[in-house]
Structures are given as C-alpha cells and as structure tokens.
Design a protein around this ligand. Structure first.
Ligand SMILES: *Cc1c(COP(=O)(O)O)cnc(C)c1O
Length: 264
C-alpha cells in the first residue's frame, strides 16, 4: 500500500470506488436485470454479431493477448496490461489519475508528440519543458534538476516527430533518479520499427515505469482506436479506477485479437 503510485495519487482518486457496472459485478444466467440490455440481438445488416450485451468491463482476453505479443518468443514479462481507446486515452488516463489540477506538473521533452501537453493543459496541469538537445537526445541535467517536482515525465521512443530512439541508459538513469518521486511514461507507439529498444521488460524492476503502445501505427489499425497501457499492478490499481466502464467495443476487441494472433 506504500507504493510510489499510492503516494502520488491525489486524495480524490485514492478514495474513488470504481463504477460498479453490471459486467464488473458479474453473475450468471441469461437475463441480467441490472444491465438493462435487450435479451436478444437485433440484426441491422449482414454479418452483424451478437451485440446486444455490454462488453467485458475490461477486456481481459485482449490484454492477455497483448502481453503474449509483447513476450514474443520466450521472454517473461511481469507487468499488467489494459486495453484502451488508442494510446491517446492512455496518456489522458495517466494524467487524470495521477495529477491534481492546478497543483501538479508533468514534464515533456519537445519536439515531441503534442497530446501530452494538450491533455495536461486541458485539466490545468502544467507541462514543464526540457527540450531535446541538437542530436535529439535528452537534456539529462535539465530533466534531472526538475524531476522530483514532476509527477509524470513523458518520453517518446522512437520519438515523434524526430524519429530517433532515446538512449536506454538515459531512461534507466531517470528511472533510478525518479524511483521515489516520478512516474516515467515511455510512449512506444513506434516500437515495432525498433523492437530491440523496448523498455517494457524493465517494468518488473522499476514500478515507476509505464509503457504505452498502440495498434494504430505498425499494425495499421488506426480506425479501431485500440492501444495498451503496460504497468506494475501498483499503478494499474489506480488507472482501473478512472477507466471508462466499457472502454473497448466488442467489434474492436474482435479485430484487435485477430491482428495480434496473426502477428504473434
Ligand atoms: C499516433 C501516436 C499516438 C496515438 O496513438 P493512438 O493509439 O492512435 O491514439 C500516441 N503517441 C505517439 C507518439 C503517436 O505518434
């Protein structure tokens, strides 16, 4: 209970009880009187599936399939995964879960993906900037100086828009430096183009590390809005409180599962 995540989370989120959707409560039988679903499926066109039921409250099949995909051949991977509506929702969830509007700060290293700053500013969380150096690597002294006052540091590797990979030694040094103070999010939206540089295996060793992934880029599935957040259970405990009750629509989960199976 004394994890970094539990110390960083604002009191309001710490006290939240997750929305008790009918699927979360569970049960058995055919009619779910607490779900208010129609009892049979309506066919609006050829090829319609059975869509009258609410989906899984957090699609565990999909999260497990993604963990399998990350493991590839042989690697053990000790962390949790949750499916979200694109990497963009993962960014938003991290900020809303761990930052108190008007009080907390995130840090970004521009030029980088624009959504970190946008999501922060949308809820009055300041985005402190430590610009990349001329070779597009991290300005370590500038970041380290401000790290302890930062709830979340967003790194993007390979970085959008510069295309380079962030030095893994720098990421590890920051994970060490921020162990007691800062969550470090590594956005790996383009990791399939440099798979050997992923830091996902470091989550086990550094519970302050969070990795964001997506099916939008290398998988070519931007239209289905499916991404993943990979983190230690201590972080996931709070993310799962704020996540939407049914984040992933059934047709999305079906397509995503097929894509992961054919890739694995
Ligand atoms: C495209 C992109 C995202 C957003 O991905 P979605 O899964 O489509 O929301 C996040 N981060 C980076 C760096 C991106 O380039």
């Amino acid at each position: 209970m004394n994890s970094l995540a539990s110390r960083l989370v604002p009191k309001t989120v710490g006290k939240l009880i997750p929305y008790q959707s009918a699927r979360r409560i569970g049960g058995s039988g055919h009619l779910w009187l607490n779900a208010n679903e129609l009892e049979k499926s309506c066919q609006y066109g050829a090829g319609d599936g059975e869509y009258h039921r609410y989906p899984d409250f957090l699609p565990h099949d999909l999260a497990n399939a993604y963990l399998e995909y990350c493991r590839g051949t042989g690697d053990t991977l000790r962390c949790e995964a949750v499916a979200v509506r694109g990497a963009d929702e993962a960014i938003d969830l991290m900020i809303r879960t761990f930052c108190q509007p008007g009080a907390d700060k995130i840090m970004i290293c521009p030029p980088t993906y624009a959504m970190y700053e946008f999501c922060a500013e949308s809820i009055a969380v300041e985005a402190v900037k430590a610009p990349l150096l001329e070779d597009f690597q991290l300005d370590m002294p500038a970041i380290t100086r401000q790290l302890a006052d930062t709830k979340i540091l967003f790194l993007c590797s390979p970085n959008n828009p510069t295309g380079n990979v962030v030095e893994q030694a720098d990421i590890i040094a920051l994970l060490e430096a921020g162990r007691e103070t800062t969550l470090i999010v590594v956005d790996e939206a383009y990791i399939e183009f440099a798979p050997e540089t992923s830091v996902v295996n470091l989550i086990e060793q550094y519970p302050n590390l969070v990795v964001i992934r997506t099916l939008s880029k290398a998988f070519g599935l931007a239209a289905i809005r499916c991404g993943f957040l990979l983190a230690d259970s201590s972080v996931m405990e709070y993310i799962s409180r704020l996540i939407a009750p049914y984040p992933i629509a059934d047709p999305v989960a079906e397509i995503a599962l097929r894509a992961l199976e054919s890739d694995g």
